[in-house]
Design a protein around this ligand. Structure first.
Ligand code: KG4
Ligand code: ZN
Length: 346
């Protein structure tokens, strides 16, 4: 069965083709991605209307590219999957509209996928897929959540951020250090040359006794520190970046290990854009290795938004029988959509 996946929830247009065969895991046949980062850079963040218009320009050429590279004709597709939410409403509508139009024209079912479920299941695309059950740390620009995952569609929220997401903490701290957009990768690069112990920054909710996060206070502390440094900031920027990254990583690692401890599970899956962070990976590896726990990641290029994870999540939902394709083609999107609301029967 051939499943086309379309991702357009934010600032990346992603299209991919996944093939599901028998009882094995679905296999990625081709994927294509266009990042809008350069376009939004001038504004210091994502401009929703520009994002929607660019998705419109990119989605069909990317689809043609994926079909050509995998040697597939349009009429060979069995299911068209798209990101139904959460995300920017206008951006989501582009992917949903194209998927439903393709489905209607081909007479094939369409399937709306939860963006975070895509991230969550993205490690199944790699050479080292996890086994259920596991704890998932979802760390992206919009979300920071710990979930217990017992199977496809069986997600239990263990804890989440009460304000900013981890990616936002990276991005906002980077912005006030003048590092541009998106700040996460830039801050991480600069941090490699700095001393993570140079500045004492707060570890919010670290010892709260639950699995929730809070990052808004950290950003304020970084701002205060930057102001205190004044003209000295330029020469101490790498130290401030390293200290900021260390604070975010320490909290994420502490809570992730806490989630494994409490749930009695021994596998951790890390997904979402911040999962690409090397310091986070190293600290999680070290923490889990000490306890004989395993950490699974998506391949590095599949950490940030992409179409492959959407096609994969659709394939796994179909294979698990938790969802069937829809032929009404009455598309709707869910800009706000808690993952825990994904019932087994949707
Ligand atoms: O999952 P994603 O591509 O989009 C959302 O669904 O939000 O995540 C994007 C986020 C941004 O905040 C970006 O700064 C962050 O992931 N990010 C990183 C790194 N690469 C991406 N943060 C820290 N270190 C990185 N290497
Ligand atoms: Zn994402």
């Amino acid at each position: 069965m051939l499943i086309l996946g379309i991702e357009s929830s934010c600032d990346e247009t992603g299209v991919a083709l996944v093939e599901a065969m028998g009882s094995g895991l679905p296999v990625l046949r081709a994927d294509a991605l266009h990042s809008q980062i350069e376009m939004h850079q001038a504004y210091g963040g994502v401009v929703p209307e520009l994002a929607s218009r660019d998705h419109i320009r990119r989605v069909l050429p990317l689809t043609e590219d994926v079909l050509a590279r995998s040697g597939t004709r349009l009429d060979q597709l069995d299911v068209i999957a798209y990101t139904r939410g959460p995300g920017l409403a206008g951006a989501l509508l582009v992917g949903a509209g194209v998927a439903c139009a393709l489905g209607a024209a081909l007479g094939k079912p369409v399937l709306g996928v939860h963006h975070l479920e895509g991230h969550l299941l993205s490690p199944f695309l790699g050479g080292d897929p996890p086994q259920f059950p596991f704890v998932a740390l979802l760390v992206s620009g919009g979300h920071t959540q710990l979930m217990r995952v017992d199977g496809v569609g069986r997600y239990q929220l263990l804890g989440e951020t009460i304000d900013d997401a981890a990616g936002e903490a990276f991005d906002k701290s980077a912005k006030l250090m003048g590092l541009g957009y998106p700040g996460g990768p830039a801050l991480a690069r600069l941090a490699e040359q700095g001393d993570p112990k140079a500045f004492k920054l707060p570890r919010p909710l670290m010892h709260s006794g639950d699995l929730d996060f809070s990052f808004a206070g950290l950003k304020t502390a970084v701002l205060t520190q930057a102001k205190k440094l004044g003209a000295e900031l330029e020469s101490r920027k790498a130290d401030l970046a390293a200290s900021t990254q260390a604070a975010i990583v320490e909290v994420l690692v502490h809570k992730s290990l806490g989630a494994l401890d409490r749930s009695g599970l021994q596998r951790l899956v890390v997904a979402g854009g911040v999962g690409a962070n090397k310091a986070l990976r190293a600290a999680l590896e070290a923490g889990c290795a000490r306890r004989n726990w395993r950490v699974h990641y998506p391949e590095l290029h599949l950490c940030t938004d992409n179409g492959a994870m959407i096609a994969m999540a659709a394939a796994m939902r179909l294979a698990a029988g938790v969802q069937t394709g829809d032929r009404s083609y009455a598309f709707d999107v869910k800009p706000r959509w808690p993952l825990a609301e994904l019932s087994r029967l949707t």
